[in-house]
Design a protein around this ligand. Structure first.
Ligand code: PLP
Length: 408
């Protein structure tokens, strides 16, 4: 099978992919948890520390200016990548989780009140569930949940019937981190906006797989993590429409986010700095920009088609194994799939695959309500990146067949 990418060539950019595990070549299929990092990203970070390291937005000497310049240029790279109108709408955070908590805690201070309603979906990662649940508990609001059907598709036909005059926000994942189902987020946004309800999209599983344009989507917030898009861990982004960010209160206070301070009062800096208290992860932001440059060189559309082909190939081959149950088999998916070997613990399957140097995730994937709906303890999750190959899928399928023999 030929895909639009020369994955073999791309693999040379990723030093870790040469690793041998138990004396076998590593097959890394846990990219939804975190992707590996290309030399281009690692080198950019090293070069920052070798040549440019100093604090950003603090001083006026040569290195300080350089550091600030690189940090702001990273912000601009992110802005362009997601199609935001201006770079004030881009806030660097430590990841998706931090971005969602920032929005939740900030809105809690002035926006949510008793009896309000926040809508999420049944397929959210805990990071897009618990922060809203906690806000609800704090202010006396309630959480409403859009269910998914047997194919893992959100039941949004009667979405409007969930809306009341108290509905204050919808928070939904763009792509499920359990099934890979792509949610109809544009449709949800259009329908929510007709009732003046803002929408937050969790882009953790879409940012490195699908083209994103926040202006076209018209989402109010879009959040993602750097480490799931070939950049460093502990990095992430909160995009917020200016009209929202301007009203929002900071949730962390300290250096770099103020205009004036005395013992009675503090005035906050302009956007985006008021949300970036303290010394930021400057090298991390630079790594996100390097990762975006890397993906842009390859092209997000080519990445998407490549991964889509791998996904279909893997789904067909795993689906041919009688003892395997695939989840959300017929839904439109991106980047990943989940399965179980019937009556076998997913942990046992992943341990056997590990012995064949195949790295996959098993468990609840931080989405326990999804497991409850499916009536299972967990799944085995296979997730792709731009460097995965058809040959690796063949190794996986062989491994799963072997696991069936051993475990059943
Ligand atoms: N949301 C989704 C859909 C995810 O898949 C993940 C991580 O797996 C997160 C949120 C949390 O991301 P992070 O741990 O980088 O904050």
């Amino acid at each position: 099978m030929k895909t639009p990418l020369d994955a073999q060539k791309i693999r040379d950019d990723f030093p870790i992919l040469q690793t041998r595990v138990y004396d076998k070549p590593l097959v890394y299929l846990d990219n939804a948890a975190t992707t590996q990092k290309p030399r281009q990203v690692i080198d950019r970070v090293i070069s920052y520390y070798y040549q440019n390291n100093s604090n950003a937005h603090r001083a006026k000497y040569f290195l300080a200016e350089k550091s600030s310049e690189l940090y702001e240029s990273a912000r601009e790279t992110v802005r362009k990548f997601i199609g935001a109108a201006n770079s004030q709408e881009i806030i660097f955070t430590s990841g998706t989780t931090a971005s969602i908590n920032l929005v939740a805690q900030s809105l809690r201070k002035f926006y949510f009140k008793k009896d309000d309603e926040i809508i999420i979906t049944e397929m959210e990662h805990h990071s897009n569930l618990v922060p809203w649940q906690m806000v609800c508990k704090d202010v006396g609001a309630s959480l409403k949940v859009i269910p998914f059907d047997d194919e893992g598709v959100l039941r949004i036909k009667s979405l409007e019937s969930m809306f009341t005059e108290k509905t204050r926000l919808i928070a939904v994942t763009h792509v499920s981190n359990v099934t890979g189902v792509i949610n109809p987020v544009k449709e949800i946004i259009v329908r929510a906006h007709a009732y003046n309800i803002p929408v937050l999209l969790d882009g953790a599983q879409s940012i490195s797989h699908l083209p994103i344009d926040v202006e076209i989507l018209d989402c109010d917030f879009f959040v993602f993590s750097g480490h799931k898009m070939y950049a460093e861990t502990g990095t992430g982004v909160l995009y917020g429409k200016q009209k929202w960010l301007e009203q929002m209160f900071p949730v962390q206070y300290g250096g770099g986010m103020v205009l004036s301070v005395d013992f009675d009062n503090t005035t906050f800096a302009d956007l985006p700095f008021r949300f970036e208290a303290g010394t930021q992860n400057i090298a991390g932001a630079i790594s996100i920009a390097a990762a975006i440059d890397y993906m842009n060189d390859i092209g997000i559309n080519a990445i998407h088609s490549h991964e889509k082909q791998l996904l279909q190939y893997a789904a067909d081959a795993l689906g041919d194994i009688d003892q395997v149950t695939l989840y959300a088999e017929s839904a439109t998916k991106s980047g990943l799939l989940s399965f179980n070997i019937n009556n076998v613990s997913p942990f046992d399957v992943s341990m056997i695959l590990d012995k064949m140097a195949i790295a996959v995730r098993s468990g609840t994937h931080c989405a326990q309500p999804v497991m409850k709906h499916l009536g299972i303890d967990g799944t085995v999750r296979v997730s792709f990146a731009l460097y995965n190959t058809v040959e690796e899928v063949d190794v996986l399928v062989k491994g799963v067949r072997r696991a069936v023999q051993i475990l059943q």
